[in-house]
Design a protein around this ligand. Structure first.
Ligand SMILES: Nc1nc2c(ncn2[C@@H]2O[C@H](COP(=O)(O)OP(=O)(O)O)[C@@H](O)[C@H]2O)c(=O)[nH]1
Ligand SMILES: [Mg+2]
Length: 204
């Protein structure tokens, strides 16, 4: 079945070191070419992240202008297949992120090493987002992070936002993230027969 390529963007928010770049790598692996993953950065020091991603076969570019810029629309170049653009934002971002844009999803990536009280401490961060991902669950046995406490706090500031718990290290929970992404494109988790993955990496 022929289908027009669809482009979606994810603003990946979260503390430095919470695992955003690692999640982009894992996303590329887990989608196995069904959707082309690309990354766009707006900080000069993102050269480290961009080269890690390039080494993993993921096109990544650094933009010199301030975000948001007109380049955002340029990124949505005509492509035959589906594509997913990641914009990584670190820290308690001072960026004013555009809101409620079609095909743009704000995902807050949280690490269990960040502390389970953070939704109550920084409620604004957890309010205007479409998904919370709790990463590094492989480290739970080594921390005093309580998933129950975290969820309780999160529900006070954002009663409805979905939560996906995963580990970019050991891969637990990545299937739920993959499912969430595929659903954005109206794709089934099980690939239809006869669709060879597009493994070619296209120009960003
Ligand atoms: N144990 C563990 N380490 C992780 C996980 N995800 C990422 N990391 C590590 O955390 C560090 C920071 O990850 P990075 O992707 O650079 O974070 P970013 O600053 O948010 O982009 C790296 O050393 C990653 O290998 C995870 O699920 N478990
Ligand atoms: Mg990074």
């Amino acid at each position: 079945m022929d289908r027009q390529g669809v482009t979606k963007s994810i603003y990946l928010l979260g503390n430095t070191g919470s695992g955003k770049t690692q999640l982009i790598r894992r996303t590329h692996e887990t989608l196995r070419g069904r959707i082309q993953v690309k990354a766009i950065y707006y900080q000069p020091n993102a050269v480290f992240d961009a080269s890690r991603l390039n080494a993993a076969g993921i096109p990544a570019v650094i933009r010199n202008e301030a975000f948001p810029s007109p380049a955002v629309t340029e990124d949505v170049a005509e492509e035959a297949g589906d594509q997913l653009l990641f914009y990584e934002f670190s820290g308690r971002t001072g960026y004013s992120l555009p809101r409620n844009q079609e095909d743009v999803y704000r995902v807050y990536l949280f690490s269990v090493t960040d502390g389970d009280e953070k939704p109550l401490k920084y409620p604004r961060l957890f309010k205007e987002i479409e998904l919370v991902v709790v990463n590094k669950i492989d480290l739970l046995p080594f921390t005093d992070f309580s998933l129950a406490q975290f969820e309780k706090g999160l529900r006070q500031v954002n009663p409805l936002v979905p939560i996906i718990k995963l580990s970019c290290r050991n891969g637990v929970g990545l299937d739920n993230w993959r499912k969430w992404l595929l659903e954005l494109y109206g794709l089934d988790v099980v690939e239809e027969s006869g669709n060879l993955p597009q493994l070619g990496i296209s120009r960003l």
